[in-house]
Design a protein around this ligand. Structure first.
Ligand code: PLP
Ligand code: SF4
Length: 415
C-alpha cells in the first residue's frame, strides 16, 4: 500500500500517541516518587544529618571524612533507638539477632533512613529484622569453598577470577549473599595470603581479568589498596582489573579525589558497585560515581533483586535511569540466593523475568542489565531472558516483540 506524505505523518503521530500511553503510568509514578524523595532529601535527611552531627559532636569536615564515618558507625541497638523509633520488643529482637549476624551502619546511611517506618527500603537493607531468625537456606549456597585454588582466590571461569582482600565492609547488608564470611571480623587478608594469590595469578597465564573484591576492598587504606593493585597491574597477562565495592552507596565519602587520582594510574580499571534502590542515589552518592567516571573508570551496577525493596518494575526503571544519569551502567541484576537469614528477601524467577520483560522497550537498552542466577556449586552465572521465541526451525522463526506482537523472520537460504 502506497501512502503519501500526509498519511505517513498521520500514522506516525498515531503511533506516538500509542507510545505515550505505554509510559503514562510510569511518568505518574516517577513524578510522585521524585516529589516524595525530594522531601526526604531536602527536609528529612538533612535534619537527620544535623541531629547525628550534634550527637557525635562532629563538624561538616568530620562528616565528609570517611575515617570519621567508619569510626562512628552505629552498631548498638540503644544508640539506634535514640534516632529510630523502636518498641522495646523490637530492640530486644534486634539485640538478639545482632549476636548471630553482626550489623552496623555508617551515620551517612542512617541519615537516609525513615525513623518511623522500619519497612522503608533503606532501613530494611541495613537493620536486622526478626525474619533473619528463620533458619532455612544455606550458608554457602554457591560452594565457594570448593573453587578456591589459592588463598583469597575464587576461580570459576577459564580466564578470570576473584581475589578477596578483606572480609570487612562499611555496612553489613542484611541481604548479603556472603554473610558467612562478612562481618564476623574486620579482617584484612594477611600480606602472605595476598602475595600467594598474586603469585597464583602470575603463574596462571590464561588469567586476563582480575576482580578485586571482599568484603569491600575500599575498606583498605589507599596505600595498601595501591600496593595490591600495582602488583596485579605488573603481571603482563592481566589485561583488565575490576574492583567490586559498595562504598559509593553506603559511604560515598570514601571516594576522595586522592583515591580517584591513585586508581587512574592503573587503567584499564573497572568498578562495579551495588545500588539497589533509587533512594540510594543521593547527591553524595552521585558525586562519588561522577568522580570515578571523571577518572576514566567505567562503573557498572550489580543490583540484587530483593523483595520489598526493588521487586517492582517502576522502581527498577527509576533506579536504572538514575544510574545512567550518574554515568553508571546497569550491568547485572542478581537473583537472590537461598542464604540463611535472607528468606524474607526471596523472589521467584517468574517475578524477576516479568520485570525484565517490562524493561525492554520501555527504557533505553543501556538501562537494561542482564538478569543472572548464580548456579549452585560454583558452576557460574546463568543469564535469564524472557522467552521471545514462539517457534523456530530451519526455515523461519516466530518471535514476540516487546509489545507482544507476533512477527516472523525467514532466512535467505530457507524456503
Ligand atoms: C561473577 C564472577 C566473575 C565475573 O563474572 P563476569 O560475568 O565476567 O562479570 C568472575 N569470577 C567469579 C568467581 C565470579 O563469581
Ligand atoms: S557490601 Fe557486599 S559483601 Fe559487604 S555486606 Fe554488603 S553485600 Fe555483603
Amino acid at each position: 500500500m502506497e501512502h503519501n506524505m500526509d498519511e505517513k505523518r498521520k500514522i506516525s503521530l498515531q503511533r506516538a500517541d500509542e507510545l505515550y500511553n505505554e509510559i503514562e503510568d510510569f511518568l505518574q509514578f516517577k513524578e510522585e516518587f521524585l516529589r516524595e524523595t525530594a522531601k526526604r532529601r531536602d527536609i528529612i535527611s538533612r535534619q537527620h544529618k544535623k541531629e547525628l552531627m550534634e550527637y557525635f559532636g562532629a563538624s561538616p569536615e568530620d562528616w565528609d571524612d570517611w575515617h570519621w564515618q567508619l569510626k562512628n558507625r552505629i552498631s548498638s541497638v540503644s544508640t539506634l533507638g535514640k534516632f529510630i523509633r523502636l518498641s522495646e520488643k523490637q530492640q530486644k529482637t534486634m539485640a538478639e539477632i545482632s549476636k548471630k549476624y553482626r550489623w552496623a551502619t555508617t551515620p551517612y546511611y542512617l541519615s537516609l533512613m525513615d525513623y518511623e517506618d522500619m519497612s522503608y527500603p533503606i532501613n530494611k537493607m541495613a537493620l536486622p529484622s526478626p525474619e533473619e531468625n528463620d533458619a532455612s537456606g544455606e550458608l554457602d549456597p554457591m560452594g565457594e569453598e570448593f573453587t578456591n585454588p589459592a588463598p583469597c582466590i575464587t576461580r570459576r571461569y577459564p580466564n578470570r577470577l576473584i581475589v578477596n582482600v578483606t572480609s570487612s565492609c562499611a555496612m553489613f547488608c542484611r541481604h548479603c549473599q556472603r554473610r558467612r564470611l562478612i562481618g564476623e571480623s574486620d579482617r584484612i587478608e594477611s600480606e602472605a595470603n595476598v602475595s600467594a594469590a598474586i603469585e597464583y595469578i602470575r603463574n596462571t597465564r590464561e588469567i586476563r581479568d582480575v576482580l578485586i573484591t571482599g568484603g569491600d576492598p575500599m575498606m583498605l587504606p589507599d596505600e595498601l589498596l595501591e600496593k595490591i593493585i600495582s602488583r596485579i597491574r605488573e603481571i603482563p597477562h592481566v589485561e583488565i582489573i575490576r574492583i567490586g565495592t559498595r562504598v559509593p552507596v553506603t559511604m560515598p565519602q570514601r571516594i576522595t579525589p586522592e583515591l580517584a587520582e591513585m586508581l587512574k594510574k592503573y587503567h584499564p580499571l573497572y568498578i562495579n558497585t551495588q545500588f539497589n534502590h533509587p533512594g540510594e542515589l543521593t547527591e553524595d552518592a552521585v558525586r562519588a560515581c561522577e568522580r570515578l567516571a571523571d577518572a576514566g573508570i567505567p562503573i557498572g551496577n550489580q543490583m540484587v533483586f530483593l523483595k520489598g525493596i526493588n521487586n517492582d518494575k517502576y522502581i527498577v526503571q527509576l533506579l536504572n535511569e538514575g544510574l545512567l544519569k550518574a554515568r553508571v551502567r546497569p550491568y547485572y541484576i542478581f537473583h537472590p540466593k537461598q542464604v540463611t537469614g535472607t528468606k524474607h528477601f526471596q523472589i521467584t524467577v517468574e517475578e524477576g523475568l516479568k520485570i525484565m520483560e517490562y524493561l525492554r522497550g520501555h527504557t533505553s537498552g543501556l538501562a537494561i542489565p542482564q538478569y543472572i542466577v548464580n548456579a549452585p556449586n560454583g558452576y557460574g552465572k546463568i543469564p535469564l531472558l524472557p522467552n521471545y521465541i514462539k517457534e523456530s526451525d530451519e526455515s523461519h522463526a516466530r518471535l514476540k516483540t516487546w509489545e507482544g506482537r507476533e512477527v516472523e523472520i525467514g532466512y535467505f537460504d530457507g524456503q
